[in-house]
Ligand binder design. Structure first.
Ligand SMILES: C[S@@+](CC[C@H](N)C(=O)[O-])C[C@H]1O[C@@H](n2cnc3c(N)ncnc32)[C@H](O)[C@@H]1O
Length: 262
C-alpha cells in the first residue's frame, strides 16, 4: 500500500475534517482552517454536497438503477452510497474507487453491505479509466445500466489531464439507461475567494480546477439531464432528503446534476 503522506494536505482528509471526521492530520486541519478563513461556510458546503449524493442515489435507486460506480468516494462517512442504495434495493451492487491510500486504509467500512447486494473497493486513479473499467467489470454487469457517480471529484482534475475526455471514456463503456451523477465546485459565485483558495491549495500541492456553469454542463453533452437540470446542489430534488442546516444562508459555490445516457 502507498504510504499515507502527512507532510501535505490531501482533499479526502480535508473533506473528512470539514465533515467532522477523525481520519485527518494536523496538516489537513491547518489547510482546512485557511479555507474557512476565506469562507466560513465550507463545512456547510461539504454537508450539502454529501446530502446531494444521498438524494441523487435515492432518486436513482427509486428509478430502477441497481449498479453504481462511485469514483472519488472519500473516507467512509455514514451513510455511504451503498447504505442509501441498498435501503431502496437490497440487491444493489456498488463499486467504490479512490486514489488516496487513506481511503483504502478505511475501505473495510465500505464493504459491509446487504447479503443480497455487493460492495467492492478499487484503489485507482480516475485518470486511468481503463483500469477502473477493468476492475468494475469484475463486479458490475456492463450490459445493464450503471450510475457513474463523480461527486466532488473532477474539480481536482485539470483540463491538462483531460477531465472531459475521461468522463466520455467512462461513459462510452456504459449502456443506454446509465446515468452520470456529478457535483463540482465553481468560481462563478465567489470569484475572489475562489481564486485565493485555489492559490493556497496550489502552494500546498493540491490542484483545484474550478469550472464555470458552462464547463460543468459540457460534461453532460449527449446526455438527457434529469429535472431540474444543472442546479446548486441543495436545490436538486430537495424533497428526497432533509435540508442541511445553513444551506440557505448564501450561495453554495458549485453545481450538481444527474443525466441519463440515451
Ligand atoms: C471532496 S472528496 C469527495 C468524496 C465523496 N465523493 C463525496 O462527495 O462525499 C474528493 C475525493 O476524490 C478523491 N480523488 C481526488 N483526485 C482523485 C483521482 N485523480 N482519482 C481518484 N480519486 C481522486 C480524493 O481522494 C477524495 O477522496
Amino acid at each position: 500500500m502507498t504510504e499515507i503522506d502527512t507532510s501535505k494536505p490531501h482533499p479526502a482528509r480535508m473533506y473528512d475534517w470539514y465533515l467532522g471526521g477523525k481520519d485527518n492530520y494536523p496538516v489537513d486541519e491547518a489547510m482546512g482552517q485557511q479555507m474557512l478563513a476565506l469562507d466560513p461556510r465550507v463545512p456547510v458546503m461539504a454537508r450539502v454536497n454529501r446530502a446531494f449524493m444521498h438524494r441523487a442515489t435515492r432518486w436513482l435507486a427509486k428509478n430502477g438503477v441497481r449498479q453504481f460506480l462511485d469514483i472519488g468516494t472519500g473516507i467512509p462517512t455514514e451513510p455511504n452510497l451503498h447504505q442509501i442504495a441498498q435501503v431502496v434495493a437490497a440487491d444493489a451492487r456498488i463499486v467504490y474507487c479512490d486514489n488516496d491510500p487513506i481511503v483504502l486504509a478505511h475501505a473495510a467500512a465500505l464493504l459491509r453491505g446487504t447479503e443480497e447486494g455487493v460492495t467492492e473497493y478499487l484503489q485507482a486513479d480516475v485518470r486511468d479509466p481503463d483500469a477502473i473499467i477493468e476492475g468494475a467489470k469484475q463486479v458490475l454487469d456492463f450490459g445493464r445500466p450503471v450510475a457513474l457517480s463523480l461527486v466532488a471529484l473532477l474539480h481536482f482534475v485539470p483540463d491538462e489531464d483531460g477531465a472531459h475526455e475521461l468522463v466520455r471514456r467512462l461513459l462510452s463503456e456504459l449502456p443506454s439507461g446509465s446515468y452520470l451523477v456529478m457535483t463540482h465546485a465553481s468560481a462563478d459565485f465567489t470569484p475572489e475567494e475562489s481564486k485565493a483558495a485555489t492559490e493556497k491549495l496550489k502552494a500546498a500541492g493540491v490542484t483545484l480546477a474550478l469550472r464555470s456553469r458552462e464547463e460543468f454542463t459540457r460534461f453532460f453533452d449527449g446526455l438527457e439531464l434529469v429535472e431540474p437540470g444543472v442546479e446548486v446542489p441543495h436545490r436538486w430534488h430537495p424533497e428526497l432528503g432533509e435540508p442541511v442546516p445553513g444551506q440557505d444562508d448564501g450561495v453554495i459555490p458549485g453545481y450538481g446534476a444527474v443525466a441519463r445516457k440515451p
